[in-house]
Design a protein. Structure first.
Length: 187
């Protein structure tokens, strides 16, 4: 993060010190407004079927995805050009900004039911409640459509910015991935 240096009096005026303070907080807020066009002003995406919730998402995961879009390790027609326009030093503060937001509240949905076959392997990284943990993202509450598309992208090697996920997703059948996506979307 770029910093500005501001003079600060020490003690009882004994001397002057320079303290580094974030200068880009306003820039991060302005960038977040650009993100809100798709990811939502209140945390709910404009199209939850194709756009993930980023409010309250894992900071390390958000950073990795923005960096992957920026560096070309993950491609998307909208995200890639936007991320390429971000300064490297803004990625961590932007990830922290969104990670600090609350996960958006939703109206009650159907009970998720019993754990579907194959989902227990997901708990090691995504945590037992699927709310994520460094470095894995929260899956609980993402839309069924987004989840099934992401899992299929890994299974088909269309998404390769994670070395473990393609292998895990290929081990599951389409029916198992579908059941997992339905379960997770109802959490």
């Amino acid at each position: 993060m770029r910093t500005r240096l501001f003079p600060t009096l020490l003690g009882a005026g004994i001397g002057l010190a320079l303290v580094a303070l974030p200068a880009r907080a306003a820039d991060i807020e302005a960038t977040a407004q650009l993100c809100a066009a798709c990811h939502g002003q209140n945390g709910m995406p404009s199209d939850p079927k194709t756009v993930p919730i980023i409010w309250g998402q894992e900071r390390a995961y958000l950073f990795k995805q923005m960096r992957n879009y920026r560096n070309g390790e993950r491609e998307h027609p909208i995200m890639s050009p936007l991320a390429k326009g971000l300064a490297e030093e803004d990625l961590r503060p932007l990830a922290a900004y969104y990670a600090a937001k609350p996960w958006p509240a939703r109206s009650a949905s159907a009970a998720p039911g019993p754990l579907p076959k194959g989902i227990t392997q997901c708990q090691a990284c995504h945590q037992p409640n699927f709310q994520g943990g460094p470095p894995a993202p929260r899956l609980a509450g993402l839309s069924y459509e987004y989840l099934v598309a992401s899992m299929s992208s890994f299974a088909d090697d269309a998404r390769t910015n994670n070395l473990d996920m393609p292998m895990f997703m290929r081990m599951l059948t389409d029916t198992e991935r579908d059941a997992i996506a339905r379960y997770l979307s109802n959490l």
